[in-house]
Every structure is written in structure tokens, then in C-alpha cells.
Design a protein around this ligand. Structure first.
Ligand code: IVH
Length: 723
């Protein structure tokens, strides 16, 4: 398998830091996981299965647990969910919504119990109780519903765990959500009821057949359908879909005196009294062994649940114990998810298609006889690359085993050799690009074949989609389908062409009316006028340059000319830019076609400025944007920022802060600072919370200024940044 390469060296006993190989492996895993997150969540084009993703994720968690200094501030292990959808209003959760760690076996569950015991600290807290509330793990969209005195006032999706999207109106259309609590109360002054929005399997099947008959988008699975139905700007769509909300935990609660729930099971009873649905079959288990039996029971009856489930969850029943145990950087210490092994079925491999991605990588995709696996119909699955096909020896015409692990990405396990047709032949990977016909090449040591033709229509299409996407210029309201039509028609050959389209040009396309065409042209104009250097650099799709690196570059260079002229050394002097990233930037600007594209941007007036340092007086707009990121509600600290004590300072957070780390980073960014991933001589401030770990010692040895959280808050105040 491509993603899981070169295992790292075993550490030599007595060495008090990660080996070079471990560092390199952690960097590799960090990059790979970030890329796969993006492929999965943003491009909807996953390259690996969930299980492969999980394996990479767990490997990185293990490395970071062993060597906390390897965990960067942007490590994918700190992420708890998908990317945020643009368009909906965003809001911070009062308390972070964590994900759950997983166990895949009874042994891992017992390890979890052992960890929990260690964290419990018996001498201080007395003996730990053994009761767990267990319920099925629902595969939907996690949401938080805020009730004030029993009345629904707001609903947020989990988003990235720190910031969610406001979906109050869409949630109000869910018939099983109480708009006010049943009963006479007294009700909490405020309670954040957390749970999952799901679509039942039967409703999902009905929705998809309706979508087919209307010639509209078919959803891959009930989870996507639930998410797509809820995250709508047009709530008449949400209303027309049958969704359910099932409550399973609480965020902040302000209980009325003497009415506080002390246990998870009494909280669940209270939810039911107030009129909520709760996950079916929730049970109080009084020992670790009972939990094991419960999880096995849920697994055995998985197919009978009316909604998709992908595991069972066990939560310590005592809410006070939950508070004592608290959270790691990623997940609660008091709860765990038992994930189920993948479900497997057989089907026929009808064909192998080869797709070409934005970076020119050729990915083989299996075209399958459609088959239901765990509640969804699978008709395509990635085969990753040439080596994978050879290793699994799958051939067109084979009966193959498909597996789907709880989540969405189906995977081909291998052929059923006994059913192989006698005339079958091994698959020959194409040596010409299926999109443009040019020869493709495969570099030694790499598993991917690549098309390097910059004019390749498939590469071009993906690149243009990326350009307008949220990770690029974030052009509002221009869908992938329109871009595909424009590119296929030959009307748009580069991102620059999008800015030249006039209403008349667009009207020539079927189903494009005056209003839509007008909106399209306006959106491009808006994107051009509002573009920041950070967004433009990210939109260019330079390999290894994601949004964070683009922001960093935009702060350090005056414009694209300055970036293009930067040498490798100058680039590597920036925090978090290593030789690979620097080389990739250099390659990009050494390519004549890319330089020609820049010239077109200049002529079109798409030429944002950045670089507060080099560009002193011109810091205004770009500095503001780079500092504020995407948080439109943020108070603009404008004038202060350029001279504030945090402006242009690199900053790193370590240990447990009272606020979520993501929030601290965003506040620092608003004040003009640049959060970075590791301690080095280039670090200006290390902010330490509780249990800071080895970073503190390292920072002290390098003479880095160390702040506690209170000092950090004072600095923020000086910068005019409010919480
Ligand atoms: S309890 C602090 N119970 O699964 C932990 N979570 O991968 C509170 N999920 O997004 C969560 N079913 O929101 C809990 N029965 C259940 C659940 C459940 C699904 C979600 C959870 C999180 C995800 C973790």
C-alpha cells in the first residue's frame, strides 16, 4: 500500500529524544494524513480506505505519545472532525466538542481501562467505580443544541470541534427535536444537548430513489445525506428530508439547584423525559466484562438497527468522575468507542478506470457490480496504484471481496480465486495519460504514475476546481459541475480564464440563465477584489503548500514576484518550511507555464500584496486578513496589529490551557502572531499550560521567552484582541 511506507527505526534505549527516522516518519504521517483529510473532506476523492487512514492515524498518535515534541500545533491528530462548510455562519462552542478514541479489540479496551485507572489517581480520588453507560455509536453528524430554560435557542454542528456552523433553523425542522422541553421543569438555565443527527436507512433509500427519479445528486450513505440535508442555507430542503436527532451527552449545563444529574444514565433518562430520542438500546453496564458483552451484542445485531451504526460507545457513568478524568488533546479519558471490523461482501469487478488528479497522479478505480455493504450501495472503489493492483492480483472479471469499515470508503480486499474466469488477464497499467494521451512516468521509489503535461485537461480541471475551492480563493457559489462544463467546453483553460467570462459567454451553456450567469461573474469579481496573497498562494496548488504555509509565505513576501524570486535558503529560514517545501515552491516558479499564469493575474488586477515586514506601509489589508484568517466575526485589531507585541512573533502552545488550543492559536493569529509547530531558536514565545512536557525544557535551554496563560492573555489585551 502506498501510504504506509518505510517503517521507522526502533529507538535505542537511553536516547532521550526521537530518532531522525522517527522525526521523518512523524512528518511524513502528518503530511499524508493532512492530504488524505483534504482528499476526503474537501475534494470528495479519497485515495485510501478508512482502515488505512486509521492505521496511519494510530501510528502518528503512538509516535506523538512517545515523543510529545513531535506533535505539531497543526497535527492531524488534534483535529476532531471535518472541514467547515462555507456559507453558514460559524460560532465557537462554549466547550470543545471532542471526538472519541477507538478500540478495536478486547485487549485494547482493557488497555483503555488501565489508562483510565492511572489517570484516576486513586490515592486522591478514592476507588474508581466500574459502571459504564453504553450505547451504539451512531454514524451521522454530531450537533449541539442549546436550550435556555428548556427552550431551543441555537444549534451548531460540531465543525472542527472548536468552531461549528450555526444550523438552528434547519434543526428546528427536525420533527423529533423538542423546541421546548416536555414536562414542568425546573429546567436548566442553560444546557448544551449533544447528539447525532441521522437519517434512517429506510428514509435514505427512499431519498436516493427520489433523487434518481428527479435526476439529482445521489448520496453515498446516510451520513452524507444527513449532513447534506442539515447544512443547507435553504432550509426548505432540510424540512423536506426526514432527519432524527438522538441525544447522548451534554456540554455546558447550568442546573437548577437540587436538580443536577449526577450520572450519565440519569442524564439519559432526563433527556427522554424532556422529549428527546436517545440512541436505541442504551444500557448501564456494571463491569468491564459487561461492557465487552454489550459491545459484542451491538456488533452481532448491527444490521437490525434502523440507522447506521459503526460501533458501541462506553462512557463512565459517574459525571463527576468524567470531569475528574477530563480530556487528552483529542478525546475524553472517560469514554471510548468500540469500532467494529469491516463488513465484507462479494461482487464482480467490471472494469478498472484510471483517473487523473490535480497533481497529475493516476489513480486506478474499480468499477463494480453495485452491491449493498452495510447499508450503502457500493459501485466504485479505489485501487490506489499499480503496485496495489499487482499485490492483490485483481483482474477485470474477477469476483472480489469488498469491505467497508463502518465509515464511507469501500475497499477491495482481494479476488476470490476459485471464481476467476479462465480467460482473465492481469491488468496492464496505462503508460499514456487516459485524459490527454501524453506519456506518463513513474519515478523510482514512488508508487504513482504521473502525468506531467500542464495542459492535460484532467489535471487542469482539478487544478481549477482547487483554485476556486475553500482552500483556494474560496469563490462563493461556483460548483464543481459548472467548472467541469466550462473546462470541457474549452472555454476555460486556466484559472485566469474564469475572470474573463462575461454573462454572454455563460449564457451559451445549457441551464445557465441570466441570474445565475450574473452571480457567477459577480462571484469572480468579488473573489478577485477580495483575494489576499495568502489565498492566492494557496489557490495555486503548489505541492506541499497548504493554507497554513500559504499564510506564512504571504506574511513574508511582498507579492508573487517576491515569492518567485526567493531562493531555497531564504524560504527555509521561515518557520515550518523545510527543504521539500522550499524545493516545491522553487519548482513551481521555475515552470514557464506558471510564470505565464502569474502575468495574466497581474494583467487582470489579481495581484494582492502581503509581507508586513518587507512591505511596511502596505501591511493594511493583507496583514488584517492574514491575522484574522477566516473568522469574519472577529474584532478587527487593524492598526494595533502592525506594532503590537505579538505582531510577527512566532508562538507555540504546550500543555493544557483553560481554553482549547485551537482557540488560543486563533487569538494569537488575530494579534498578529504566527503559531508554529515546534521549538527552535526561531521561536519567540512558548505559552505553557498545565503539564507542559519536554517543550518547556527545550525552549528554556534555547532562551525562548516562556509565558504562562495569564501573561499570554495580558499580551492579547495589549494587542486589543478580546476573547
Ligand atoms: S458520547 C465526550 N455517544 O462519535 C464524548 N458519541 O468519533 C461524548 N458519537 O463525534 C460523545 N455516537 O459525537 C457519544 N452514542 C454516542 C455516539 C457518539 C456517535 C459521535 C461523537 C463523536 C464521534 C466520535
Amino acid at each position: 500500500m502506498k501510504a504506509v511506507q518505510n517503517s521507522f527505526q526502533v529507538d535505542i534505549a537511553g536516547v532521550s529524544g526521537p530518532t531522525a527516522a522517527e522525526r521523518e516518519r512523524a512528518r511524513f504521517l502528518d503530511r499524508e494524513l493532512t492530504r488524505h483529510n483534504y482528499l476526503y473532506h474537501t475534494l470528495d476523492a479519497p485515495e485510501i480506505s478508512d482502515e488505512e487512514y486509521d492505521a496511519l492515524f494510530r501510528e502518528l498518535v503512538a509516535l506523538e505519545t512517545k515523543w510529545p515534541e513531535l506533535r505539531t500545533s497543526h497535527s492531524p491528530t488534534l483535529r476532531v472532525g471535518g472541514q467547515l462548510l462555507t456559507g453558514l455562519e460559524k460560532k465557537d462552542h462554549r466547550r470543545r466538542m471532542y471526538g472519541l478514541d477507538n478500540v478495536f479489540s478486547v485487549e485494547e479496551w482493557r488497555d483503555f481501562i488501565a489508562r483510565m485507572r492511572r489517570a484516576w489517581d486513586e490515592p486522591v480520588n478514592g476507588p474508581m467505580q466500574q459502571a459504564f453507560w453504553c450505547d451504539p455509536k451512531l454514524d451521522g453528524l454530531a450537533c449541539e443544541l442549546v436550550y435556555e430554560k428548556g427552550v431551543l435557542t441555537e444549534a451548531l454542528t460540531r465543525g472542527d470541534g472548536v468552531t461549528g456552523e450555526v444550523v438552528t433553523e434547519a434543526v428546528r425542522t427536525i420533527r423529533t427535536v423538542p423546541l421546548r422541553f416536555c414536562g414542568d421543569g425546573p429546567f436548566p438555565e442553560l444546557i448544551e444537548v449533544r447528539g447525532e443527527v441521522v437519517m434512517l436507512k429506510a428514509d435514505f433509500a427512499e431519498l436516493n430513489s427520489r433523487q434518481v427519479s428527479l435526476g439529482q445528486k445521489v448520496f453515498a450513505n446516510p451520513r452524507n445525506a444527513a449532513a447534506g440535508s442539515l447544512r443547507q442555507l435553504d432550509i426548505s430542503i432540510s424540512r423536506s428530508r426526514r432527519l432524527h436527532f438522538l441525544a447522548y451527552s451534554a456540554g455546558e449545563v447550568r442546573w437548577p439547584p437540587a436538580f443536577e444529574c449526577k450520572t450519565q444514565h440519569s442524564l439519559m433518562e432526563r433527556f427522554a423525559e424532556w422529549g428527546f430520542q436517545t440512541p436505541p438500546g442504551g444500557t448501564l453496564c456494571r463491569s468491564a466484562a459487561e461492557v465487552e458483552a454489550y459491545a459484542e451484542g451491538v456488533r452481532a445485531h448491527r444490521a437490525e438497527y434502523p440507522m447506521e451504526i459503526d460501533g458501541a460507545v462506553a462512557k463512565h457513568d459517574d459525571l463527576e468522575a468524567q470531569a475528574v478524568l477530563g480530556f487528552t488533546a483529542r478525546a475524553p479519558r472517560f469514554a471510548i468507542a468500540f469500532k467494529f471490523p469491516a463488513q465484507q461482501v462479494e461482487t464482480i469487478l467490471r472494469a478498472i478506470e484510471v483517473q487523473v488528479g490535480r497533481t497529475g497522479v493516476l489513480t486506478p478505480v474499480a468499477v463494480l457490480e453495485p452491491v449493498p455493504v452495510g447499508g450503502v450501495v457500493v459501485s466504485r472503489a479505489t485501487l490506489h496504484n499499480e503496485d496495489e493492483i499487482a499485490a492483490r492480483d485483481v483482474r477485470v472479471g474477477d469476483t472480489v471481496i469488498i469491505q467497508r469499515a463502518g465509515d464511507v470508503i469501500p475497499e477491495i480486499v482481494g479476488p476470490v480465486l476459485g471464481k476467476r474466469p479462465p480467460e482473465s488477464e492481469p491488468f496492464v497499467f496505462p503508460h499514456d495519460c487516459p485524459a490527454c494521451g501524453e506519456p506518463v512516468h513513474r519515478e523510482p521509489g514512488q508508487s504513482a504514475w504521473r502525468c506531467d503535461n500542464l495542459a492535460c485537461p484532467a489535471v487542469r480541471l482539478r487544478a481549477i476546481i482547487h483554485f476556486v475551492s475553500q482552500a483556494g480563493l474560496d469563490v462563493q457559489g461556483i460548483g464543481k459541475k459548472w467548472i467541469a462544463q466550462l473546462v470541457e467546453s474549452g472555454r476555460v483553460l486556466s484559472p485566469a480564464d474564469l475572470f474573463c467570462l462575461r454573462v454572454e459567454d455563460l449564457l451559451q451553456f445549457e441551464r445557465m440563465g441570466e441570474i445565475l450567469a450574473g452571480k457567477f461573474v459577480d462571484a469572480m469579481e468579488e473573489a478577485r477584489d477580495g483575494a489576499t496573497l495568502a489565498r492566492l498562494v494557496s489557490a495555486l496548488g503548489i505541492r506541499h503548500v497548504g493554507e497554513q504555509t500559504a499564510r506564512l509565505l504571504a506574511r513574508s513576501f511582498a507579492d508573487l514576484d517576491a515569492l518567485a524570486a526567493a531562493g531555497a535558503e531564504e524560504l527555509q529560514a521561515l518557520p515550518d518550511v523545510g527543504p521539500e517545501v522550499a524545493a516545491s515552491i522553487r519548482d513551481f516558479f521555475a515552470t514557464p507555464a506558471n510564470l505565464a499564469l502569474m502575468e495574466r493575474f497581474r494583467t487582470l488586477g489579481l495581484w494582492p500584496h502581503g509581507g508586513q515586514e518587507k512591505n511596511g506601509t502596505d501591511a493594511g489589508n493583507e496583514a488584517g486578513e492574514a491575522v484574522l484568517g477566516e473568522d469574519e466575526d472577529a474584532p478587527r485589531a487593524s492598526g494595533n496589529v502592525a506594532t503590537s507585541p505579538l505582531s510577527d512573533k512566532t508562538i507555540l502552545f504546550t500543555g493544557t490551557l483553560t481554553m482549547p488550543r485551537g482557540k488560543a492559536q486563533r487569538l494569537a493569529e488575530r494579534a498578529g502572531a504566527l503559531p508554529v509547530g515546534g521549538v527552535s531558536k526561531k521561536l519567540d514565545y512558548l505559552v505553557v499550560g498545565d503539564k507542559p512536557g519536554s517543550k518547556l525544557a527545550k525552549a528554556q535551554s534555547l532562551g525562548v521567552t516562556v509565558l504562562d496563560e495569564a501573561a499570554f492573555l495580558r499580551l492579547l489585551e495589549e494587542c486589543g484582541v478580546t476573547l
